[in-house]
Design a protein. Structure first.
Length: 193
């Protein structure tokens, strides 16, 4: 489950929620409804990205899907190489470069990778989505904690820890299912003093 992409054609067709706060409340209530459904369901369900993040918290080495990893340092885990050999930090960056909105290319196969752009673009913590920032704010240099992208991802990890530390048996059942365990293990929610 994810919000309507603020870039491109989808936002023209559908009303995108204008703030991360509204989306986060909607997403949280959806997860709560999934937990309620799973309590009695013969075939439990999951919200893919939340469960992906939950597994990253609970399992060492669960870092596949580099395009879903946050923080995801641009140019570290992958590069997009276009048909003409030009490097881009993400597929979305390749698309906005191709339509002429802004050139976020970072070198090419002949001349090599220009790391100066990567150094300028990378910020720690919740990662970056340059194209979303361009679409929403018309710039890429906002402090990341002020962006919808960062606020949505911070919310997801807050929700993950809320679920892990919940004493509600319904929540514990879903967490166990999503973590691939036969039942909830209280050691997951250790309290440190």
């Amino acid at each position: 489950m994810r919000p309507v992409n603020y870039q491109g054609f989808a936002r023209k067709q559908f009303q995108a929620l204008k703030s991360a706060k509204k989306w986060n409340a909607y997403h949280s209530s959806f997860i709560d409804a999934v937990v309620e459904y799973n309590w009695t369901a013969l075939e439990p369900i999951e919200e893919y990205y939340l469960v992906h993040c939950l597994r990253r918290v609970l399992r060492a080495g669960h870092n596949r899907h580099s395009d879903l990893r946050n923080p995801n340092i641009l140019g570290d885990s992958y590069l997009v190489i276009d048909h003409d050999g030009v490097f881009h930090p993400t597929d979305e960056a390749r698309m906005v470069s191709r339509i002429g909105q802004i050139d976020l290319s970072m070198g090419n196969l002949r001349t090599g990778l220009d790391r100066s752009l990567l150094t300028a673009l990378n910020q720690a913590y919740c990662g970056v989505d340059l194209v979303d920032d361009l679409s929403r704010y018309g710039r890429i240099d906002l402090p990341k904690n002020l962006t919808d992208f960062c606020q949505r991802h911070t919310h997801i990890f807050d929700k993950v820890f809320e679920l892990i530390y919940s004493e509600d048996p319904k929540v514990q059942k879903s967490v166990a299912i999503w973590a691939g365990m036969p039942e909830f293990d209280t050691a997951l929610a250790k309290v440190h003093s």
